[in-house]
Design a protein. Structure first.
Length: 248
């Protein structure tokens, strides 16, 4: 994870990590305690780990933060603070940004690879050519230009982008709530699905994820390998990549 921390720092992002196995997990305040009290034991540990990860991500960019309540499924941060949270296999991660209010934040951790058959729940036909059945290893922070993507990588890129587009006003109301991160593969949501986003390659092994309904609204995403899984995070909006930009 140290290489990932440096990679994020170079992009102006702080990384926070927490696990459900940390001893003595406690809510940081009454609002967190009230939210956690209504959850099953496993979900409660994930929730508290996500809050710890978010506070650690904010500290990594020089910001303090107390308890983080929620509204629906969304974390509610104090003014001037924001982070994106994701969980997978008992690990919670979060990314935060020190400056630039309104800039997109989104991350997604997937430590359990998805099967090829899951592609139909994530992609449309015009994206399937991006898939590559080969398992090409690459180091965190680098990706061979032109290499194919696994279903897990494309899923993670879209999940991270979904959170960013829904959380900054870059996306229309059809995106709905981004939440804290996927708890397994969800083929559809009350107001849309990942198939409402289109992903395509960009420079330096990155990808661009845009709204199908409004292709000018897009974010750049980097996906890197983390052990046997992947971690996707949003770098910035890409308004210059308008509807005429080719996504092949």
């Amino acid at each position: 994870m140290s290489a990932l921390r440096l990679l994020l720092a170079a992009a102006g992002l702080g990384l926070g990590i927490a696990t459900v196995r940390e001893p003595g997990p406690r809510p940081a305040g009454p609002a967190e305690a009230a939210a956690a009290a209504s959850m099953p034991a496993r979900r409660r540990l994930e929730f508290l780990a996500g809050r710890r990860a978010a506070r650690r991500a904010l500290r990594a960019v020089g910001l303090d933060c107390g308890e983080i309540p929620r509204s629906g499924r969304l974390p509610v941060f104090p003014p001037g603070r924001a982070a994106s949270i994701s969980h997978s296999a008992g690990i919670a991660v979060a990314v935060a940004r020190a400056a630039g209010p309104g800039l997109p934040l989104g991350c997604d951790l997937e430590l359990r690879p998805l099967p090829r058959a899951a592609a139909r729940l994530v992609l449309r036909e015009d994206e399937e050519e991006l898939l590559d059945d080969r398992d090409e290893p690459f180091h965190a922070g680098s990706r061979p230009t032109g290499a194919g993507w696994t279903v897990t990588e494309l899923f993670s890129a879209k999940e991270a982008a979904w959170k960013a587009l829904a959380g900054t006003g870059l996306g229309p109301p059809c995106l709905g709530e981004a939440g804290e991160g996927p708890q397994g593969l969800r083929p559809a949501r009350p107001t849309g699905s990942l198939r409402d986003l289109r992903v395509g390659p960009a420079e330096d092994g990155l990808c661009v994820v845009r709204l199908r309904a409004d292709p000018a609204r897009a974010v750049r995403v980097r996906v890197v390998r983390v052990g046997t899984g992947v971690f996707g995070y949003v770098l910035d909006p890409s308004p210059g990549l308008g509807p005429s930009a080719a996504l092949i």
